[in-house]
Write a new protein. Structure first.
Length: 107
């Protein structure tokens, strides 16, 4: 199940809401509002509550995405390990069975 990787941003001038990628929204990032074309600057020390809210939400989403990616890596490693353990034992016995069936057929 995927996490939405965008955050909602509220323009400080026209109060319109728009979305941007959480990986982009950090301190020092700026974006133009699509409604009024005013530049929105994302700075940690900004007095604007909408900016602080967007920065906090972006950090939360980035953290959730990192955790989800780490869980996927762990799951892939577990599946690969199980597959390696399951393939190791049957492949050796399959070779033995294969040799036994071929030998009597040869003349």
């Amino acid at each position: 199940m995927g996490i939405d990787d965008t955050v909602q941003i509220r323009c400080s001038r026209c109060k319109a809401k728009f979305r941007d990628k959480a990986r982009r929204v950090r301190g020092g990032y700026s974006r133009q509002c699509p409604a009024c074309e005013c530049m929105v600057f994302f700075e940690d020390g900004s007095p604007n509550k909408d900016i602080h809210e967007a920065l906090r939400e972006a950090e939360r989403v980035r953290k959730a995405l990192r955790e989800e990616e780490a869980d996927k890596v762990v799951a892939r490693a577990a599946v690969a390990e199980e597959a390696a353990d399951a393939d190791a034992a049957p492949s050796a016995s399959w070779r033995r069975i294969d040799r036994r069936t071929r030998s009597p057929g040869r003349t």
